[in-house]
Design a protein. Structure first.
Length: 741
């Protein structure tokens, strides 16, 4: 690494959430640009940066700082620039000149030791002096914290987050118990806190350390792998390996943690050793099972009389003929308190939902919902009835992290239909059921063979595996859907058979490619030239058509065919830098006008504008998974406007840009709940835990009109034959089974 000693001139960009800054500095007689996660720096400060030089394709030569040392300004002009930089409340350029003119080179020492002397200056009264003093002290305190944390290997960005959380108490809090960071700070894992603790001299055998490790391992099991518990032997072995301590000591701490209810032990039938879990997940799965039992026992308040006649009339009116399984599903939906309807693409799940709506709509209040905004939108388009995200329906308050709809304030509906149930984790399921009154019909629809939820639990599969809840698995592919090779191949893959590749007149194609780099090049060519020509997309507005029609999906984030690399490659191919194109650098991403982007976190407060026949309409809410394109960029204001669904325009301010990522390529996990006209997917190998059958199946079921796989036949074969569904340790199945015993 190199060092750059320089005087700060100004900060041209700063992200207050992670500290990422672009700073203009003077080194000798040369102006340079320094980038990185840094504390707020004032003009005139002397800073020694440690890092590396790089050449940015747009902004040129930059120094990427990894560490820094700040020295106080050492000249009168530097002190004046520092005070007048705007970082200290109550001090502008004129006031800074007055203060430095009065105290000279002793200004910094005065502010550190005797800020009350500010009242000696004409025009600065006690109230203003106090404001200046407090602002200066807070800034110095933040700097001290940043430097303190830097000494323990904490990145500046993470240090900024920690300082923001604890404020002036940061250093005493961390010295008192570094392991608090694991609970309080998103992004601080046990290993980071442990490194700080051990470097401070914390006893490796201390209860703090061992207890924190147990909590960390159970949290990591839930958040990283979807487990709601770990077998006791597995937890002991993992803790022993992590800490370098014997299992006897670990067992003693587990006993103490159980006594203090930090963790909970439960027994499962057929399992010899106890299951250890965090209290939240223990109670969540227990509550889910109990509430499902209530709903099954209560049965719907409002009945549907003379079902055979009603369903016959509906079939005649719609010109359809339901299969035996479809009829069973519809009947169960109107008669049972709870029913699960599962099946793959083309098996008629949407037809069933539409039939249920028509049978019930006269006498019943009905609510439709799905886990994501994209899934809710698809549900609305397919049924013609309004569907909401589960979060919105439950009136989630993002700031307070609470649902307003709950047992004391339940949903007022006779029937609740939930789609894309495979994506629902235990946290969301618990919240949904707590707001659902007994007597409400609960109809759960999903494809149990798709990837499980990102969050903890295996809700849909556990409910089906228990055999307790009424359920119908649809297996018949209907005539219209059977004509699609996408549908046929999806079912073949799900049954462990190889797909048909490049069948004549097909909507399913395979492009052979020798490796990841070659596959990335082929994917680029497909989107840039070959697919637009094949689909006869007109030259006019071709770029925008490509953005809306085509989606690249990939199993992984890393590598030449990972989402990170492919997004860069596809951005340069489909939306290259050119004269007159507005751009905006935010963090490590350069956004360009016209880029395809995805919103990555539900935000119910963000405002959008929609153009309607009656004028402009204002609304709120953009959801995780919403995909759009950048309509305009204001680089000076660090602001972008994004258009979603060709109608909703959202203005993202500087602090909201963290909610956006490039979306030319998405991981298959991130695409769940969405549907795209055209899906292109690299199949070039990767980690065995990702290259599995249900990931390939999930990717194909995202496509509506066309699929192109790019890679090697043997990789497709390995994925089809790799049906290793990673086991999730959960208790919901056993809890449901226990209800009927």
């Amino acid at each position: 690494m190199e060092q750059l000693a320089a005087t700060v001139l100004d900060t041209t960009f700063r992200n207050d959430e992670n500290g990422y800054s672009v700073v203009r500095v003077l080194s000798g007689v040369s102006e340079e640009t320094v980038v990185g996660a840094l504390p707020q720096l004032s003009a005139g400060e002397m800073v020694t940066f440690t890092g590396d030089w790089s050449e940015h394709p747009v902004y040129g030569r930059q120094f990427s700082a990894k560490r820094y040392e700040i020295a106080p300004p050492d000249s009168l002009p530097a002190i004046e620039r520092y005070l007048g930089s705007g970082l200290i409340r109550g001090v502008g350029a004129a006031t800074a000149k007055l203060i430095v003119g009065y105290f000279g080179m002793e200004t910094i020492e005065m502010l550190d030791k005797a800020p009350y002397r500010l009242v000696e200056i004409a025009g600065i009264g006690p109230k203003r002096a106090k404001m200046i003093s407090e602002s200066y002290t807070a800034q110095v305190s933040t700097r001290r914290v940043m430097i303190f944390l830097q000494n323990y290997g904490i990145t500046p960005g993470l240090a900024a987050k920690i300082a923001k959380k604890y404020g002036s108490d940061t250093i005493p809090v961390i010295k008192g118990n570094p392991y608090r960071l694991v609970l309080d700070i998103d992004g601080v894992g046990f290993l980071t806190a442990d490194r700080i603790a051990l470097s401070m001299g914390v006893d490796p055998h201390s209860e703090f350390r061992l207890r924190s490790a147990l909590y960390h391992l159970l949290s990591e099991a839930a958040n990283g792998y979807g487990h709601t518990y770990l077998p006791a032997a597995m937890l002991k072995e993992q803790a022993s390996r992590l800490l370098g301590i014997g299992e006897d000591q670990i067992e003693n701490q587990i006993t103490q943690a159980l006594l203090q209810r930090i963790i909970i032990s439960t027994e499962l039938p057929g399992q010899e050793e106890p299951c250890l879990c965090l209290p939240y997940f223990f109670h969540a799965e227990q509550e889910i099972a109990t509430r499902l039992s209530y709903l099954m026992d209560s049965r719907p308040y409002k009945k549907v009389d003379d079902f055979p006649r009603r369903i016959a009339e509906l079939e005649a009116r719609q010109g359809i003929e339901l299969s035996e399984l479809q009829r069973k599903a519809v009947r169960g939906a109107v008669e049972e308190g709870v029913i699960i309807i599962t099946g793959g693409p083309g098996t008629g799940k949407t037809t069933i939902i539409k039939c249920i709506l028509q049978l019930l709509e006269e006498d019943n209040e009905i609510m439709l919902c799905a886990p994501t905004g994209r899934a809710a939108k698809r549900m609305t388009e397919a049924t013609g009835a309004e569907a909401k995200t589960i979060h919105r329906m439950l009136e989630y308050n993002g700031e307070a992290n609470l649902f307003q709809r709950k047992e004391e304030n339940p949903l007022e509906t006779d029937c609740l239909i939930v789609d894309e149930m495979s994506m629902v984790d235990v946290t969301l399921m618990r919240a949904l059921l707590s707001a659902t009154m007994p007597g409400t019909r609960l109809i759960l629809v999903g494809d149990a063979d798709q990837l499980p939820s990102v969050g903890a639990g295996n809700v849909l599969r556990d409910m089906l595996a228990s055999g307790i809840l009424p359920s119908v698995r649809l297996t018949e592919i209907f005539r219209q859907a059977e004509q699609s090779m996408i549908v046929r191949n999806s079912h073949r893959i799900n049954e462990g058979m190889l797909p048909y590749l490049n069948a004549k007149g097909s909507d399913f194609f395979f492009e052979r490619s020798t490796g990841p780099a070659a596959a990335a090049k082929t994917i680029c060519d497909l989107l840039q030239r070959r697919l637009p020509e094949y689909l006869k997309i007109p030259e006019k507005n071709r770029r925008r058509h490509i953005v809306h029609l085509m989606q690249v999906l990939t199993p992984t984030k890393k590598g030449d065919c990972g989402s990170v690399a492919l997004n860069r490659v596809l951005q340069n191919a489909l939306n290259p830098k050119r004269k007159g194109l507005e751009t905006l650098l935010h963090g490590d991403t350069e956004f360009r006008q016209g880029d395809k982007v995805i919103h990555i976190k539900n935000n119910y407060q963000i405002v959008y504008i929609r153009d309607t026949a009656d004028g402009r309409e204002e609304g709120t809410g953009v959801f995780n998974g919403d995909v759009g394109y950048i309509e305009s960029i204001d680089a000076d204001e660090h602001r972008m406007t994004v258009c979603f669904d060709e109608e909703r325009y959202v203005s993202y301010q500087k602090e909201q840009l963290e909610l956006l990522e490039l979306a030319y390529c998405l991981t298959v996990h991130k695409s769940q709940g969405s549907e795209f006209p055209v899906v292109v997917m690299p199949v070039v190998g990767g980690p065995p835990m990702l290259m599995v059958r249900n990931l390939l199946y999930t990717a194909l079921t995202r496509a509506r009109e066309l699929v192109v796989l790019v890679g090697q036949e043997d990789v497709i074969a390995r994925m089809v034959h790799n049906n290793r569904i990673v086991k999730r340790y959960t208790t919901l199945k056993a809890r449901l089974e226990a209800i009927v015993q």
